[in-house]
Design a protein around this ligand. Structure first.
Ligand code: FMN
Length: 200
């Protein structure tokens, strides 16, 4: 079994979303010796943003790319290969300004590849990264769960479905990190309970 863990906090140390993602992976690995874990920390090892040069590279036919363009596309190819190889994907996803971090958006931009991870059929988009279980560790300063302010979850959920990763998604919430020490303790205890309830 292959687990892919994507950490998307801008903090490479002390991030709550990474703490939860780590704990989910620990829980999934517990008692098994057939698990391989691949981790990508997008703070310490960032993926480049989708800028004009990257778009130019992606839309240039492979046999006409410059070495720089080929190298840029290869960075996205590597992330696609990682997610294709995974049976389980665990994503640490803090809320920044009502959305995902730029680090996670860059990962989305890298793995959304027409004809490879999604295609359009007669009834609309078809995700191609199917057959995987996904866990998302959400860490927030405020309280957004089940409220119209949870624009991040809507985006995340829609994206995961778009590329076929939305078949079996479990969200773990740790909310209220900007609301004082008591709320932080409650949030962490609640996240720990949610992780404990994950079937090994
Ligand atoms: C730049 C920035 C923007 C943030 N925006 C929001 C927000 O829109 N809503 C919210 O509830 N918390 C917001 N927060 C608080 C974080 O979601 C919270 O601190 C979270 O625990 C960070 O996750 P991490 O510890 O995994 O990095 C923001 C924090 C930062 C640094």
């Amino acid at each position: 079994m292959n687990i892919l863990q994507i950490n998307s906090s801008a903090r490479s140390q002390g991030a709550e979303s990474t703490r939860i993602a780590d704990a989910i992976v620990t829980k999934l690995v517990d008692g098994r010796n057939d698990v391989s874990v691949t981790r990508r920390d997008l703070a310490s090892d960032p993926h480049p943003v989708l800028d004009e040069a990257a778009l130019g590279a992606l839309f240039t036919p492979a046999d006409q790319r410059t070495p720089e363009q080929a190298a840029r596309v290869a960075l996205d190819d590597a992330l696609i290969a990682q997610v294709q190889a995974a049976d389980i994907v665990v994503i640490g996803a803090p809320t920044y300004n009502f959305g995902v971090t730029v680090q996670l958006k860059s990962w989305f931009d890298a793995i959304a590849r027409a004809g490879v991870t999604f295609k359009y059929g007669p009834t609309g988009p078809v995700g191609l990264l199917t057959g995987k279980k996904v866990y998302v560790a959400l860490s927030r300063g405020g309280l957004h769960k089940d409220s119209p302010t949870d624009t991040q979850l809507m985006h995340l959920d829609m994206f995961l479905k778009f590329v076929g990763l939305g078949e079996d998604v479990q969200y773990v919430f740790s909310e209220g990190h900007g609301m004082g020490a008591e709320m932080v303790a409650k949030a962490q205890a609640s996240a720990n309970d949610q992780i404990a309830a994950i079937a090994a």
